[in-house]
Design a protein. Structure first.
Length: 343
């Protein structure tokens, strides 16, 4: 069904931008149904545009509530992006501009949009298209991903949807975390706070899959991001996310859809399976130079028992329990070692 947000191609937008071509059809990003375009500025710059589809609100059971929710989600993401830009988060995809265009004279003919940096690829596509990926590139990309999450955490923002399609590659050297549509801001009401897991359920950490919602915001949100960082490490070497690998080692009766007990009751089975998953992950790392360090990192970041997740030195006294600084330092060191070895 045609809607104003699907009709931006060829239109002149505010700030000197023009929508060149639609990149995908309708997509759901962070609960906002939107259309995406490549846009070109009059000075030749290219960027990525996300146009919000308000027309879906008219087809909802409660149109006023749906419209309010869409608008709130758009404003929330726009404000988060502005925070990232003002704090110069160089490993988070930046906002370039925002605005609106009136496509037609219907009640919902106005289309609000966000314009963002445009990347060359995402991590999944980049890896698929490359015949040979050097270890140094993988480790440096992981360091950039960890840096982006850490930058968000420094502003009390939890991303909650870090996955291969949300890590964008610029050129061949820089990776950035993208898409804040599922994010939470500490101390504020966020659009997806009512969900146990705001991001893609296929990547959810085990405590959320089994319905455990930690009352502590830092544990629930930053603990989730820590797990997702570990999951990205797993993906880089196995092609699987940590949750898929973990569940593949569990008996069917212990899977979330069949388990009828509590998260605490299933933990022993989760931890047994996690040990097997760690062994499979370590075996997939070709370089002995980094194998034990990466295994340790994943064991700390993806620990199924959220009370034990995080770097052991940060768990003492529960000070900054989910801080990523030690992981940043380690990934940087490993990347430098790998870079040196390929000279």
């Amino acid at each position: 069904m045609s809607c104003p947000a699907s009709k931006l191609r060829g239109l002149a937008l505010s700030g000197g931008w023009t929508a060149d071509k639609e990149l995908t059809g309708l997509s759901d990003t962070g609960g906002n149904f939107s259309y995406t375009y490549q846009v070109t500025h009059e000075d030749g710059r290219k960027a990525f545009l996300k146009a919000l589809d308000y027309s879906r609100a008219l087809r909802a059971p409660d149109p006023p509530a749906a419209l309010q929710a869409l608008t709130a989600a758009y404003l929330f993401e726009r404000n988060l992006l502005q925070t990232c830009k003002s704090r110069r988060m160089d490993r988070v995809v930046q906002s370039v501009d925002s605005g609106y265009v009136v496509v037609d004279q219907t009640d919902l003919g106005r289309v609000d949009y966000l314009i963002l940096e445009i990347a060359d690829s995402d991590v999944r596509s980049f890896l698929s298209a490359s015949s040979k990926i050097q270890l140094a590139w993988v480790l440096r990309s992981l360091h950039h991903i960890a840096t982006g999450i850490h930058q968000l955490h420094s502003a009390d923002i939890a991303h909650q949807d870090v996955k291969p399609s949300n890590v964008l590659v610029f050129g061949k050297a820089v990776s950035k975390v993208a898409d804040l549509g599922s994010a939470s801001l500490k101390g504020a009401s966020s659009p997806r706070d009512d969900r146990d897991f705001a991001g893609d359920p296929a990547y959810a950490p085990p405590e959320l899959l089994y319905g455990y919602r930690d009352p502590d915001w830092n544990a629930r949100r930053f603990g989730c991001d820590a797990y997702l960082l570990g999951s990205m490490i797993v993906f880089m070497f196995t092609g699987l996310n940590a949750t898929s690998l973990l569940l593949s080692k569990m008996a069917p009766d212990h899977h979330p859809r069949k388990w009828t007990g509590t998260y605490r009751e299933v933990l022993p089975y989760l931890q047994d399976a996690f040990g097997l998953a760690l062994s499979s992950f370590a075996a997939s790392i070709p370089a002995e130079l980094v194998r034990s360090d990466l295994r340790d990192m994943v064991s700390f970041l993806c620990e199924p028992d959220i009370s034990l997740r995080g770097h052991p030195r940060n768990r003492v006294g529960h000070t900054a329990r989910f801080s990523l600084e030690r992981f940043l330092s380690k990934l940087d060191l490993l990347a430098r070692k790998a870079e040196y070895s390929f000279r």
